[in-house]
Design a protein around this ligand. Sequence first.
Ligand code: PHE
Length: 388
Amino acid sequence: MTIDEKVRKTLAELGATDAAGVEALFGEVRAAMEQERSSLVARGASSEAERDKLCKDLRDRWLARKNGLLTQIDEHWLKLGAKELKPIVGRQFNELRKASAGMETNELAQVVPLRKETSASMAQLSAQLESDVIRAERGDVSDLTLPGYRRPLGSLHPVTQMQREIEEIFLNLGFWIESGPEIESVYYNFDALNIPESHPSRDDWDTLYINSQTVLRTHTSPVQIRAMEKYGAPLYIIIPGKCYRHDNPDASHSPMFHQVEGLAIASDITFADLKGTLDFFAKKLFGEKVQTRFQPSFFPFTEPSGEVAISCIFCGGEGCRVCKESGWIEVMGCGMVHPQVLRNGGIDPEKFSGWAFGLGVDRFAMLKYDINDIQLFFQSDVRFLEQF
Ligand code: PHE
């Protein structure tokens, strides 16, 4: 029922039989009055004549002696009200009267702004607003004073948060961010990286082939070559992105996962730079106490190659379930860029040297947030995601 309908009924008809009921009704009336007033203020007027008319119309709607809403309330609620309710209705009515002082034409005119309508869209907007208000007054649409829908705020995915943290550290060191295609050629994914035809990672078991010449990239390393071709040396980049492997999903494997690749090429880069940079990175990410360990390893595109471990962030190196009692957790592969890879990227290995590393972002996020199942990242379960 609209306010206009309500003021034409008696309190008894409206079911207001006690003080609380009466107060609620008057509360509604005051809210409606205030809302109509603020709609007019928000709408403004395009000329003084229009403003005066709008203000007078609104004033008359509420305060006209003959048929104004207040007169109706006086007639139906006060005069026809039950005797025992008279004191409370009288008091509420007086308050309403006081509150309605601002509805006098000249009072309204002082607060309704004159707008220079510079565009058609402005006129359209106020026409729309006006028709909304009129329709609301008629009760055609739901109450405009109702609060809007609350949409819960989301947050960044934990893997995204981890990726951004990693990016931040390297951006501060002067690296920039490069990216490349997830659907990659066999040339960039394997050949240019010095991965021979016979290498087991080329197997169907590891690689998702689109056709004989095209794969879903199995690592971010192909972007090393693309960036060398594009920018030459010197080069300091990190490459975050999705990678794909033909792995069955389990607690530590996902056919889609995230890597960040790092690549530094300049005229005097040594393994010491690689160690220093990765040690600094690990301490920034996991805390000053963390130590790094480099062990020999093998990748076709780096020589020498290394496997980097950090001292266990859960037990501090004492040995626990997570580090399998070893005190160390392996976190990435790295090495000095193979001369043939530099050559494939168009860079002269006699003049330049470089290092590279590759790490799994999902795995880093699991360590950082103490998550024991990689699948949780990709199941979109709000109860899990809400925690970040
Ligand atoms: N591309 C390697 C992998 O996915 C990681 C790596 C990158 C190793 C760069 C050395 C240098 O396992």
